[in-house]
Design a protein around this ligand. Structure first.
Ligand SMILES: C[S@@+](CC[C@H](N)C(=O)[O-])C[C@H]1O[C@@H](n2cnc3c(N)ncnc32)[C@H](O)[C@@H]1O
Length: 266
């Protein structure tokens, strides 16, 4: 179950395989009652429903249930659209890989901080007189480029190949900030004044652990939208943008206090 929670795609595959086996058994019983076309469509409907139920039983998030439900119909559609060459599927796969190869593992998709958030971060840096900023999972690097300059040094780390290539090229062209092709978990955050993350609920406990281990006293971890479960933020900034963005600010205490906060959350 831990494997499935870490890699939901494995759960989705298990659901389809289990559903396929059950459908096979059901079809043996129905073979004398239905013609070939009836059997085919019964199989598609049963496969979708059973896969969705198994996905739910495996405890995967709700969007995986919809994926389980829609996958058999999508396969039928893909295989029956007459005359479609195979290469668009290959190209689609490569493009998805280049943009989202890390999403299956890290469960952090690509979406970008908006202008209100970037401005709030800039004002936070100015208020604190902060000089060093890092964006963990920097996406297209917009935040990094906006915060670099005026004596501040902003960097980002990003692992999705195409996203990194685009962001590092933009940074070089505009001579603002630096984007490293590096994993969040390997990034050195010990010298940063502000560490920013806009990730997902999944990595927040581990991220906080890394922050308490590595960040210097008085520095700030800022998480866009996702709070660290069981840890009281030092401040919450609610922005007045349309989505009412919340920035959770966690001020780092010295190593001893930080250890306490991690062991006795809240
Ligand atoms: C939600 S986006 C945020 C982008 C950017 N920080 C912003 O606020 O506009 C998260 C980014 O983290 C990247 N990412 C996910 N896991 C990562 C990892 N382990 N190491 C580095 N980057 C990662 C994704 O590719 C994605 O670009």
């Amino acid at each position: 179950m831990k494997l499935i929670r870490s890699y939901p795609i494995i759960g989705a595959i298990v659901a389809q395989i289990l559903a396929g086996m059950l459908v096979f058994v059901a079809l043996l019983g129905l073979a004398s009652l239905l013609d070939a076309s009836g059997l085919f469509w019964t199989a598609v409907v049963l496969q979708s429903l059973i896969a969705a139920v198994v996905t739910k039983l495996l405890g995967l998030p709700v969007w995986w249930i919809w994926i389980g439900l829609g996958f058999p119909a999508a396969m039928v559609l893909a295989l029956n659209v007459g005359g479609l060459p195979a290469w668009p599927f290959g190209v689609g796969f490569v493009v998805l890989y280049l943009f989202f190869s890390n999403t299956a593992r890290d469960r952090v998709p690509l979406y970008l901080s908006n202008r209100a958030t970037t401005e709030a971060l800039l004002s936070l840096m100015r208020q604190r007189g902060a000089k060093r900023f890092i964006d963990l999972g920097s996406g297209l690097g917009g935040v990094v480029r906006a915060l670099d300059g005026e004596g501040r040094q902003a960097t980002g780390v990003e692992t999705a190949p195409m996203v990194w290539l685009m962001s590092t090229s933009l940074s070089k062209l505009q001579r603002r900030g630096r984007i490293a092709r590096q994993d969040i978990w390997k990034a050195d955050i010990g010298r940063e004044d502000v560490v920013y993350a806009f990730l997902s609920p999944e990595p927040m406990p581990a991220l906080f652990e890394k922050a308490t281990r590595e960040m210097k006293p008085g520095s700030l971890l800022v998480s866009n939208s996702f709070a660290v479960p069981g840890v009281e933020p030092s401040e919450i900034w609610e922005l007045s943008d349309r989505r009412k963005t919340r920035l959770y600010l966690y001020e780092m205490a010295g190593p001893a206090l930080a250890e306490n906060a991690a062991t006795h959350p809240g």
